[in-house]
Design a binder for this molecule. Sequence first.
Ligand SMILES: [Zn+2]
Length: 273
Amino acid sequence: MTRFWKGLLTALFAAAMTASVAAPARADTWAPPSNLVTPLNQVWQHVESTYGDLYGFRNYGWDQVFANRGYLNFCVRWDSPQPVTAQQRDAVHAQLARQYEKWTDVMAGHNGFPYASVPIKVVGWAVRDRNQLKWTDNSVDIYVNDIRENAPQCSEGCGRFFNRNGTYPRCPGGVARHYDQSLWLTAGMGGGAGGDWGQRIGSEYYMNNLNSSDVHILLHEIGHTFGLDDFYDWTPSGVGGFLMKAGSASVITEFDKWMFRDWWRHLKNRYGF
Ligand SMILES: [Zn+2]
């Protein structure tokens, strides 16, 4: 359940940022349950004291949603020798959208967040061998044997991780076929990893949970994509199990929801809110 976006990104980050548009201050409707105020403050203080570039970093999931004005595009990195049918392809997409919605629903109508929903589109699949993909339609772009980190990837010219200015001149399909994140499914992997680049989990785990209501490792890793931290060595006061404390919960808890909203509270001024 590693959060390794900080290390990965240091080298790649472009410093140039557009200044956010000045907007009149709006009412902050931050109102967590009283029993969560202290632990939430502890978490944010911990984030502020341990994240190296907390307020300078500009590729959190939040930044991606706002760059697109309300949607996210994905590449599936199929890091497995197994075949995939069209039906499985569509089920992979549908489950990703359902899991993402569990997080984005937390924001709908909350504290000025402007999007009632954040559509999830899978625009590409990356594989080692085209014959693994048992479909012939062109509903997604297919990338064959483009290997990075010993795994198939979609074209770097189409990936936000490699193109921070929001234009994709080296992507054949342009902005419409760019991808913000990768859903990286690796055969034989236990646990997972998450960051601004996407989420990585076991392919067997994901395919065995296409109809599960809560794919908890994926949910945890999506949390990292939006900045949420791990809790390996400490626990905030007065809270029990929660999703971001790996192994202690298998659903998004009320505490997880408020930690997520706290990220919005602290970042929203960069989007003019
Ligand atoms: Zn983690």
